[in-house]
Design a protein around this ligand. Sequence first.
Ligand code: MOS
Length: 735
Amino acid sequence: MTTVERPRVLGTGTDRVDGPRKAAGGVPYSSDVSYPGMVHAALVRSTIAAGRIAGIDTSRAEAAPGVLAVITPDNAPRIERAPDTPLWRQPPPPLQRREIVHHGQYVGVVVAETVEEATAAARLVGVAYEPTDPVLSLDDPRAVTVDDPFGSNRHRGDVVSGFAAADVVFDGEYTTPDETNNPMGLFCTVAAWDGDRLTVHDATQWPGSTRAALAGAFSVPEAGIRVLAPYVGGGFGAGLRVWPHTVLAAMAARVVGRPVKLALTRPQMFTGVGHRPATVQRIRIGARDDGTLTAIEHESVQPVAVDDDNIAESVTTVSAVGYACPNVANIDRQRRLNIPVPTSMRGPGDAQGHFALECAMDELAYRLGIDPVELRLRNYADEHPQLGLPWSSKAQRECYEVGAERFGWWDRNPAPRSMRRDGVLVGWGMAGVSFFWFQAPCDARASIDREGRAFVRSAATDIGTGTYTVMTQLSADRLGLRPDQVRVGLGDTDLPAAPPQGGSGMTASLGSAIHAAAQNLVQAFLDLVADDVASPLRGLTAADVTAVDGRIQRDDDPTRGESYREILDRHDRAELSADGSSVPAKPEETGLAPAGPFAARFVEVHVDPDLDRIKVARLVSVVDAGRILNRKTARSQIVGGTVGGIGMALLEETVTDPTGRIANATLGDYLIPVNADVPDLDVVFVGEPDRFNPVGVKGVGEIGLVGVAPAIANAAFHATGHRVRSLPLTLDKLL
Ligand code: MOS
């Protein structure tokens, strides 16, 4: 076997292939799509949180200029609740009943010639309600409890004897608020029927699920529905599910017999596309004097909707896998409230769970008089604590060591309020991050044409994460082409099936499918020349050759080979195609525990001693995400996530008033970081290619956010001596 020098396309900081077109406004988001004869829909939302509709007066709206239809529960076509997908439940079908279960629930949709006419007429729909007293608090005895909602509760060892064996037991309660995803792109659906065939342009992270939901709702075959989402203006989890407005756009288009566009407003984005649920967490950690953990008990309760579910939000699992502790109980619960249904938001569950665990570890470190990095290293989980198997990859030790070094951590005086500079209190804090692993079955198809150009495609989406770019690089690497010879097609259900862009799993899922498709495509070329006496490749299999420089060459003699073009020319074929599929590997088969990414974060905050204003001054993130396909897009993911983490730490909170109305549902009132809140961010990648997928990658999408808030809270304690156990860390809590 000869070592082949391949042109290096993986790991470099290749620019985004879609960057110039995006910057020039040249890519179609769903809100940019237009059809001849297209009309516009506007939503009417409930102004109570619980009760029922007593009556609806649509006469003024129907008489308003341009109005084509006013659809309410009184006249809406009957539709079904779509069957659940393998990963997700579909939402209850909208406008099918008069019962109100949350503020902002859709009670009508108005269709008119223009968006202005639809919006104006929507205000004229008169709805009379019979309100009841909404259940809005986790403490409300009327709230129904859902035990173990994620099937993730675990009891390992025996926490009672673990706590009995401890020299120190820390016990604390931490809370995190509701937060709202707020992608920049307002969600929008364009729906056009042609008989029983439906084309939908949607802002979604998962076109396949949108297709399944619409097929179920309207009782039409999935094959007759095409969902397009080639570009999405961000999601952060809000686009994982199919939401009622997407179903309503299709319903409205069917009612008026014209293509319909339905774009949400920013306030509607707060009630209609999910949010991160608040948590109340109690965590107890027992340790010996030398820092060895003897027991962890971590309980969390979070809200969920009355009539809908949020199924991927385990807050406490991190406590079962983050450290080598023999006795662990992790217990998640939900309570049903009259609220819009929460859903995943960047780093679901882990974002909240790390806040409690990593703050508690800091508090424990102070009790024990042990450095927080040292405490984490003493309890380092060399193997997966729950599965008892070696990790498929784990370089978190390096994360701690490299991060401490770059930050200058070992110069820290641990005493609170001991460090000052230029009149401000200086605090240094850190946190470890053990993010979950996720991968799902995925298909892809690859073709090479007579020009030697490849077309690689899948129904997967790029929600701004860089999927087009890294898949172009990966395809080029596996097919031996230059990136400019590869075109990647995404976001179309007519393409091979793909899972959601979510759980930081797309690069592993789609990358592995493309890896397989490329291998199968090389094999397809070899099959074509299997009996070809003119070919130096005849009789070989993909294992005997390497694709490089637009050609396939023999590993036993790299001077012998031929180009894709030569093979296609000689056999008079326009192109060759091959499919590839990936399914996640299994621990039983590999003997490995699948590892998500790991990280360590080190933060310096400055606190004004008079005003208690916290400013993040420096932030070092060291991340083990396996093989990095593109240093630039991967760094961008970590930077973007970290900005979200700063928001979670200091600013973000969705406020619900006592009537169940969200009181700050605009970007003027819901605070997120601006440039002045964000220092230069130092991002370093460490680690080896992961062994659980053939591409060697782990996710970089969400870990950027996780662990930022506890690191900042720990730094704020170091600066001020005040321990704040409740996010966001607003200055009133530091007083
Ligand atoms: Mo992410 S919250 O899985 O889109």
